[in-house]
Design a protein around this ligand. Structure first.
Ligand code: HEM
Ligand SMILES: CC(C)=CCC/C(C)=C/CC/C(C)=C/COP(=O)(O)OP(=O)(O)O
Length: 390
């Protein structure tokens, strides 16, 4: 897979050919060419048909930046901005303050952190919430949020240069020029150390060790892999699923229990439809920036669709196993049957969206798959939590 990736990226980055953004938008019939070297198929257009490079200002508006041309961000260093006489009013100061706070939050990838907290709560409840006091819950949430936020920030520091090449990420605090490396690095270190220490002291050495191992895997293994091989998604899926063991072990579970691994399985498998949708929607940006994703290696979307279908099926299987082994022991009861029906019903929309994407890989079916992924995960976790507590 690595050599395919390098080849595709070279083709895309080469001066003679470029990915045809327009034709990919509604990819019913894609113009394709076969690479002589490997036989792999890439979607290409001759340079004579290349569009002029537009240079929009970096934007976080996802709808407007999907597969856009690469922007050249105009960095506006803070010192320059604050020197401007027109910014001296109290109202401007308030705006600036809010901006700094918003940038600190954005550095941590808050939506991902929020969803990680949801998975942490579900796994702690499944392991046995009775063991946790309110104070325990508080430290578990704060420690997990801090260490997960530190991981997101470290990823943004590492990828600062390459993030400038994607409209989706060019306006992040560091590549956008609003936060210096030193500040971002300091925040990463401070929140990582604080998060690890809080988890250690508040939840115990095992949850803290899982948190630290997750941080290392995400930052030191997953992040550099993103430009090398499409297998990065598998490593990212492991990193994204490991936090369930923070919650699970904090609430008295161990690393060897079946319910914990079924939770891990749900999270790891869910990330395929979740990320394949994103990898499709941003495939042009990823390719141009030099990232190696399933959809840049195999641009028809077939591989991405199959990974999504298999991920959706596997996540439902993990949920159903928990329905019959709620505490690691076989329990056949009405609750097991009901939980099975509910898990299948809750996970079906994601499988349906994946099948639709397989039948017709385009931005509309991919966007539906992404939206369903964000609904189906909490729904499946809710059913698993209710089943385990019966
Ligand atoms: C292989 C693993 C994963 C990859 C590569 C990945 C990648 C991404 C990317 C690139 C986005 C931004 C999409 C955008 O800008 O529109 C995103 C959004 C998101 N991800 Fe993931 N993600 C992964 C795993 C996870 C995990 C483990 C969670 C939490 C449990 C998660 C939760 C979210 C949420 C909540 C959003 C926000 C969606 C939105 O803004 O509408 N992701 N993901
Ligand atoms: C407890 C702890 C340390 C948790 C951290 C785990 C964590 C942040 C998982 C996120 C999963 C993931 C691969 C996100 C995508 O990052 P990306 O780099 O592909 O996204 P980007 O392209 O938007 O930067």
């Amino acid at each position: 897979m690595a050599s395919d990736c390098r080849e595709t990226l070279e083709i895309v980055a080469g001066s003679g050919l470029s990915l045809d953004d327009g034709s990919l938008q509604n990819s019913g019939s894609l113009p394709r060419t076969r690479s002589a070297a490997s036989g792999s198929t890439a979607v290409l257009e001759p340079s004579s048909r290349m569009k002029p490079v537009s240079r929009p200002r970096p934007s976080t508006d996802r709808a407007s930046t999907l597969n856009d041309e690469i922007p050249v961000p105009e960095a506006t260093p803070k010192s320059q901005a604050s020197d401007a006489p027109s910014d001296a009013s109290p109202a401007a100061a308030t705006r600036a303050d809010r901006g700094v706070f918003a940038d600190v939050i954005e550095l941590t990838k808050p939506r991902i952190v929020t969803m990680i907290l949801v998975t942490t709560v579900a796994s702690a409840l499944i392991a046995g919430s009775a063991t946790l006091t309110l104070v325990d819950w508080f430290w578990l949430m704060i420690g997990t949020a801090l260490i997960a936020g530190s991981a997101g920030a470290a990823n943004q520091v590492w990828e600062c240069q390459i993030d400038r090449n994607m409209p989706r990420t060019a306006n992040r605090p560091v590549p956008g020029g609003r936060m210096s490396y030193a500040v971002a690095f300091g925040l990463t270190a401070a929140s990582g150390i604080a998060g690890g220490a809080i988890l250690w002291l508040g939840s115990g050495p095992i949850p803290a060790s899982v948190g630290i191992a997750t941080w290392l895997l995400y930052v030191l293994v997953y992040t550099p892999m993103k430009t090398r091989t499409a297998w990065n998604t598998t490593v990212g899926a492991i990193a994204g699923a490991l936090p369930v063991f923070i919650g699970y072990t904090a609430a008295g579970g161990t690393l060897t229990e079946l319910p914990g691994w079924m939770l891990f399985g749900v999270l790891a498998c869910w990330q395929y439809p979740h990320f394949m949708a994103i990898a499709w929607l941003y495939r042009i940006q990823y390719a141009k920036a030099g990232f190696c994703m399933t959809t840049t290696v195999e641009p028809t979307g077939r591989h991405a669709a199959w990974q999504s279908i298999l991920g959706s099926v596997a996540l439902a299987i993990c949920g159903v196993v928990l329905a019959w082994f709620p505490n690691g022991q076989w329990v056949a009861s009405a609750a097991s049957v009901l939980a099975t029906v509910l898990i299948l019903a809750a996970s079906w929309p994601l499988l349906r969206a994946s099948l639709n994407f397989r039948a017709n890989p385009n931005d509309t079916t991919a966007r539906k798959m992404l939206r369903w992924s964000l609904v189906v995960l909490p729904a499946v976790l809710l059913v698993m939590t209710l089943r385990a507590s019966l």
